[in-house]
Design a binder for this molecule. Structure first.
Ligand code: TYD
Length: 135
């Protein structure tokens, strides 16, 4: 599953007036966007995320600043750096994710394939391992 976590480069239509980055649901990313949220003001030592989702797929984009995303499928781990506003990372359902190492100016935009439902979040890592290993 970890191989499904991929950096995506979005089309840019910038000109002498400035940059413009395009992210269209079902086109530049592989799902319909049902929810958008963004995270900013997190200290360097904060680790966010620490969960997996039964159904939701995500795309994370540092539209300002930088952060790191560690993904884990119960067997393999991989670290991605988000450091450009036209690059996102696609995360499939059922991957464990940590977001950390936020720069002071980090604004992490998150696009999600589902509306928020706390019941589809797995927030306990040992529970996650038990579920993923029985799949
Ligand atoms: P949390 O899942 O801890 O955020 P992250 O994983 O991005 O660090 O969410 C923090 C709080 O916000 C928690 O009480 C749930 C709530 N929340 C919503 O109500 N809707 C949402 O879309 C999200 C992402 C969180």
């Amino acid at each position: 599953m970890i191989e499904q976590c991929k950096l995506i480069e979005f089309p840019q239509k910038g000109d002498d007036r400035g940059h413009l980055v395009i992210v269209e649901g079902n086109h530049d990313i592989p799902f319909d966007i049902k929810r958008v949220f963004y995270i900013y003001g997190s200290d360097k030592n904060v680790i966010r995320g620490k969960h997996a989702n039964y159904y939701t797929e995500f795309v994370l984009i540092n539209v300002a600043g930088t952060s790191k995303v560690k993904v884990d499928d119960g067997t393999n781990q991989k670290i991605f750096c988000l450091d450009r506003p036209h690059i996102g990372i696609y995360l499939p359902k059922m991957v464990w994710k940590d977001m950390y190492d936020f720069s002071k100016d980090s604004v992490l935009l998150v696009l999600a394939s589902e509306h928020y439902d706390e019941n589809e979040y797995i927030r306990d890592y040992s529970e996650y391992l038990a579920i993923i290993r029985n799949c």
